[in-house]
Design a protein around this ligand. Structure first.
Ligand SMILES: Cc1cc2nc3c(=O)[nH]c(=O)nc-3n(C[C@H](O)[C@H](O)[C@H](O)COP(=O)(O)OP(=O)(O)OC[C@H]3O[C@@H](n4cnc5c(N)ncnc54)[C@H](O)[C@@H]3O)c2cc1C
Length: 386
């Protein structure tokens, strides 16, 4: 690869460090951690050393200040090896990005260095038992009291909910506001009195990373934790982070699609039927050619969206397309790879069954793929008026 700029050189060094970390510290342990559903404490310590928790946090606040494109390449590499691991820093960085984008200078100084080092880790708490897609229907309530607010409500499906200690929590400060989003605010809330985990949620896949239900019961939050310092801006703050979130889920999709393809290419050369390796049967070849083409297209869409994001261009449609296509590619490739593996694809001794369990989550998180289609269609009309 030709080095064209200082930034390219930095990216190469970072990606090489990520590859070394994945080979040495992750690959040998994935099967065991996955099947025991164990939180990877030691790997998280290595992730801190690598600076992953500060990937997209600006250097002035202690982060690596990486571009969205380099970040997407990191996420893809991690997801090829173990998709769950990407959730541990991705959700955390969505919380951090909200502070970086919308926080006051005081909030940035206070929180971002600790987020970047991984000393304080957490995620984003939006979803509630009664709503996920229709986020403006949330019921968690913050009522002004003295110098702060008292929060009551329940959040569910929160990634890093057990091992994280701080969350960007979306609440209603004015439940009867019209339009509804004007009554929504975003707070940073640390675990403690009034904020507890009520239960760990059991899942089909996405093992290792904790998903939890969180309860706020008369939880006092100081005024200084209101992100941006002004009520009624929370929905806007969350929406402002969606593109980055969707590009990161798209990159996870590319990773899972690539992993499924890699396993199929390998296995098809090992397995023999009717006197030859199955990669010489045309049906298998056609299947793998489609998998490879789908993966490459998903990667290009993801990089295109990341490039637009880095240039500061509007990229909601591009991020939506990347998220939609790449995550569906992950679903299709994991099934197709399972077919190539025959009975062994269904075995827990091979990684393919994990891709098959992990991929569907990607079609749900950061806005379901139905929602992505709605966003794309709306943009088509908005960008092409007659
Ligand atoms: C493992 C896991 C981790 C997660 N991590 C987090 C996290 O860290 N933080 C967080 O806040 N949330 C998290 N979530 C929640 C996730 O974001 C929501 O599940 C998702 O947004 C969908 O919301 P819902 O489950 O309430 O489905 P619903 O909103 O009830 O949707 C149900 C179905 O209806 C469709 N639908 C809804 N509205 C429309 C419409 N207008 N038009 C067409 N179709 C529609 C949806 O696409 C979906 O198919 C996580 C979920 C999972 C499973």
């Amino acid at each position: 690869m030709t080095v064209t700029s200082e930034q390219d050189e930095q990216e190469i060094l970072i990606l090489e460090a990520i590859d070394r970390f994945l080979d040495r510290d992750v690959k040998p342990y994935v099967m065991e951690l996955e099947h025991n559903d164990t939180y990877p404490e030691e790997i998280v310590e290595k992730m801190k050393e690598l600076g992953l928790f500060g990937s997209v946090i600006a250097e002035e606040y202690g982060g690596l200040g990486l571009s969205c494109l380099t970040y997407a390449k990191i996420v893809e590499r991690v997801a090829i090896v173990w998709m769950s691991l990407s959730g541990i820093f991705n959700s955390h960085l969505i919380m951090a990005s909200a502070v970086q984008r919308a926080g006051t200078e005081e909030q940035k100084q206070k929180w971002l260095p600790k987020f970047a080092s991984g000393e304080i880790r957490g995620g984003l708490a939006l979803t509630e038992p009664n709503c996920g897609t229709d986020l403006q229907a949330i019921r968690t309530r913050a009522i002004k009291q003295g110098d702060g607010y008292v929060v009551n409500g329940t959040k569910t499906w929160i990634s890093n909910g057990i091992h994280g200690t701080c969350f960007a929590v979306m609440v209603k400060t004015e439940p009867d506001a019209a339009p509804r989003h004007k009554g929504i605010s975003l707070f940073l809330i640390e675990k403690g009195e009034g904020f507890q985990v009520s239960r760990k949620l059991e899942k089909l896949g996405y093992k290792g990373i904790d998903s939890a239900e969180l309860i706020f019961d008369e939880c006092y939050v100081p005024q200084e934790n209101l992100i941006g310092g002004v009520e009624g801006q929370g929905f806007k703050h969350v929406m402002g982070g969606l593109e980055l979130g969707r590009i990161n889920v798209a990159a996870r999709g590319v990773g899972v699609a690539q992993a499924a393809l890699d396993e199929a290419v390998k296995y098809s050369q090992q397995r023999q039927t009717f006197g030859k390796p199955i990669c010489e049967h045309q049906a298998i070849q056609i299947n793998m050619a489609d998998m490879a083409t789908r993966t490459e297209a998903a990667r290009l869409l993801t990089h295109q969206a990341a490039n637009a994001f880095d240039k500061g261009e509007r990229c909601d449609m591009e991020a939506g397309m990347a998220k939609l296509f790449a995550t569906e590619a992950a679903v299709t490739n994991s099934m197709d790879s399972m077919r190539v593996h025959g009975g062994y694809g269904y075995s827990k001794e091979f990684p393919v069954e994990r891709f098959y369990r992990d991929a569907p989550l990607l079609t749900i998180g950061e806005g379901t793929n139905e929602l992505q289609r709605i966003i794309i269609a709306r943009q088509l009309i908005q960008r092409n008026p007659i």
